[in-house]
Design a protein around this ligand. Structure first.
Ligand code: HEC
Length: 158
């Protein structure tokens, strides 16, 4: 029994070491400051701080990689979330969005936050500071709704 346990521990240790060799790249693609959302539109200070604190690790090119992003298998999940998140919504490339794309993004932001799906819940286990307070949630919903309306009006239709 004792021997089996020892073997199991060794096997797990070896497996842990082996998986460290599979290292997907942690990327921070270059940021064109003129395309970052804060350069393309006026964003209230409170919203800016919420975005940077709670969304930027997965929805910008300015990801601050946590220490466990060096350790497999956690690293695989963290890197996948950032790559996936950026693909869907990238605040560093907001300037590339057409007005209709931006409007639909605001709509998505509203829906995701209202449903409690963002910030991505597993992320909050290690980043409790990214959790949104009820006031943060309200501020984000108001902002997303107002900006969506503004774009729709600018386009001459609702
Ligand atoms: C830990 C990473 C992570 C964080 C932090 C995070 N997201 Fe996401 N987000 C994702 C991933 C991954 C997806 C795509 C997969 C999905 O929809 O579940 C996504 C999808 C979205 C979408 C859907 C876009 C579309 O095209 O459908 C919106 C909107 C969104 N996030 C907004 C936010 C906002 C706003 C915040 C901050 C309050 C935030 N997210 C924080 C990882 C994250």
């Amino acid at each position: 029994m004792k021997k089996t346990l020892k073997k199991a521990v060794i096997a797990i240790g070896v497996l842990f070491i082996v998986i460290q060799f599979y290292r997907p790249d942690r990327t921070n693609p270059p940021v064109d400051e003129s395309k970052v959302i804060f350069a393309t539109m006026k964003v209230p200070e409170k919203i800016e701080s919420i975005l940077k604190r709670s969304c930027f690790d997965c929805h910008s090119n300015s990801t601050v990689w946590p220490w466990y992003s060096n350790v497999a298998p956690a690293s695989w999940l963290v890197i996948r979330d950032a790559n996936e998140g950026r693909k869907h919504l990238n605040f560093s490339r907001w300037g590339e969005y057409s007005p209709s794309k931006a409007a639909s993004m605001f709509n998505e932001i509203y829906e995701e936050i209202e449903a409690g799906r963002m910030p991505f819940p597993p992320y909050l286990i290690m980043h409790s500071d990214a959790k949104l307070s009820p006031e943060d949630i309200q501020a984000m919903l108001d902002w997303a709704a107002d900006e969506q309306d503004r774009i729709m009006e600018g386009n001459g239709g609702g």
